[in-house]
Design a binder for this molecule. Structure first.
Ligand code: NAD
Length: 478
């Protein structure tokens, strides 16, 4: 088994520690497994200077050369898949197989964006003789990015891939609770010879770092994945400086289950997907609206499969769901479940912390949850699914759209008219029909409403990291 790495900051192409640090705890055991250094102001100043120097080099490096180096780094990470996955399971708790899959997904983000780097086409605008109008997409500049703890490797990968493929430099503050995933990425880029300063990795007190970096004149773009409240706060700081933002925020994904679907298959896949990563996924299917004719059958299937979820330490074979990543989530989920029951909801299975070491919470199904219960409006970000009956597709879509979020949404139906209705009316950045997969490297991912602004992945993914410059070129002076 690989050892958990020594945690350090990565600035200007070298590793460093500081005098202050924070504990990193294995959520399955509550044991400390490492200490993550807290960046001081001088470290952030060094990171800004390095990002400026890195940008000067990297923005002048050809897209082909950037793509080759990114692919080399991804190949190293694929070779190190098991070692990286081990760190992820130790710091986050998720099952080792899911951590392995996360590493591959992170590599796929790099590989896709490497390809896109060579396709950031501009365009030629028709003009008269002796004049040319040419639009270039140029890298925007040094990026300040903030990644969360739910996917310790693939979340930082999204941000680093977008920035580095576009020719930007980046200062990434990865999550202090799960720092090793991002460190492994920095190590791979270091090992393949990324020029110093292109990628800088810091940790510390999140508010101290964001409030110092974002207002700095050198920072030309802010990318954040996390809660809507923090995203709104960071957008406010950025807007004072006219700095553009890419915000991937919360979700509370509706699933519309129509009466024509294969109810058993839909129920089983829904249970597995709702409990994946202990529900700590912004696209997690959380609010099920089930047409009345199939409600009882769907509820029975999803409840039975949810109750059968194998919960345990992610390093144990056969475990399907690990602990929550931190104790904050246990309190938040307990409050949401208690409130729902008080409001009249039925608790079908789960609902409480598991009585053992670690931050384990039972896989939970709530049914017939009244609209005024907090869990109907607030993202649970945990292993909770709500299952409610609806009398029509119309009601299901109304309820799906009744929250401030609009990230992922799902539907189960074989009817073209139902699918068409969902495509037209469901408010979400990503709608998936008969699959609970919300995004792939090659598809654009992001939200509407309070779920954020901008897209990662797909051909849209690098837009935010570039600026369009129109060049008007006349042969004669006019
Ligand atoms: P939180 O709101 O305290 O933090 C969310 C994330 O933002 C964390 O990674 C944190 O380090 C970072 N953060 C917090 N304050 C910051 C600041 N001032 N500057 C920069 N970064 C800052 O909540 P939490 O308890 O850590 O996580 C729970 C909530 O976060 C969930 O309800 C969920 O909505 C959201 N979340 C969303 C995603 C996602 O993929 N969209 C991922 C993780 C967490």
């Amino acid at each position: 088994m690989s050892a958990y790495p020594k945690l350090q900051l990565y600035i200007n192409g070298s590793w460093r520690t500081t005098d202050d640090d924070l504990p990193v705890v294995n959520p399955s055991t509550e044991q400390e497994i490492g200490r993550v250094p807290i960046a001081r102001q001088e470290d952030l100043d060094d990171a800004i200077a390095a990002a400026n120097a890195g940008f000067a080099i990297w923005s002048q490096t050809s897209p082909k050369a950037r793509a080759d180096l990114i692919r080399d780094a991804a190949a190293l990470m694929r070779e190190r898949q098991d070692e990286i996955a081990h760190s992820i399971t130790a710091e986050h708790g998720k099952p080792h197989a899911q951590a392995q899959a996360e590493v591959i997904r992170g590599c796929e983000f790099f590989e896709w964006d490497a390809g896109e780097a060579t396709r950031t086409y501009g365009r030629v605008i028709p003009s008269g003789p002796g004049v040319k109008y040419i639009v270039h997409h140029q890298p925007i500049g040094p990026v300040a990015a903030f990644s969360p703890w739910n996917f310790p490797m693939s979340q930082p990968a999204r941000k680093i891939a977008g920035a580095v493929a576009s020719g930007c430099s980046i200062i990434l503050k990865a999550a202090e609770e799960t720092p090793a995933g991002a460190m492994h990425i920095a190590q791979a880029f270091h090992d393949v010879g990324l020029p110093p300063g292109v990628l800088n990795l810091v940790f510390g007190v999140p508010a101290d770092i964001s409030s110092y970096l974002i207002p700095n004149d050198s920072i030309k773009m802010v990318a954040f994945t996390g809660s809507t409240s923090v995203g709104r706060h960071l957008t406010g700081i950025a807007s004072d400086h006219m700095t553009p933002v890419l915000m991937e925020l919360g979700g509370h994904a509706p699933v519309i289950v129509c009466e024509d679907t294969d109810v058993k298959a839909a129920g089983v896949t829904s249970a597995i997907r709702a409990m994946r990563n202990a529900g700590q996924v912004c696209t997690s299917p959380t609010r099920f609206f089930v047409q009345e004719d199939v409600f009882d059958e769907f509820l029975e299937v999803i409840t039975e499969r949810t109750a059968a979820t194998v919960v345990g330490d992610g390093m144990e074979p056969g475990v399907e769901m690990g602990p929550l990543a931190n104790p904050r989530r246990i309190n938040a989920l307990t409050e949401l479940v208690d409130d729902a029951i008080e409001c009249g909801a039925d608790l079908l299975t789960g609902g409480a912390r598991i009585d053992r070491a670690g931050y384990f919470f039972e896989p939970t199904i709530l049914a017939n949850v009244p609209a005024h219960a907090r869990v109907m409006q607030e993202e649970p970000f945990g292993p909770i699914a709500i299952v409610n009956p609806v009398d029509s597709l119309d009601t299901a879509i109304e309820q799906a759209n009744s929250v401030p979020y609009g990230l992922a949404a799902y539907g189960f139906t074989n009817r073209a008219d139902y699918a068409d209705e969902m495509i037209e009316r469901v408010e979400a950045g990503n709608l998936s029909i008969n699959t609970l997969e919300a995004s792939l490297p090659e598809t654009p991912f992001g939200g509407v409403k309070s779920s954020g602004y901008g897209r990662e992945g797909g051909t849209e993914g690098l837009h935010h990291y570039t600026v369009a410059k129109n060049v008007s070129h006349s042969i004669k002076i006019v």
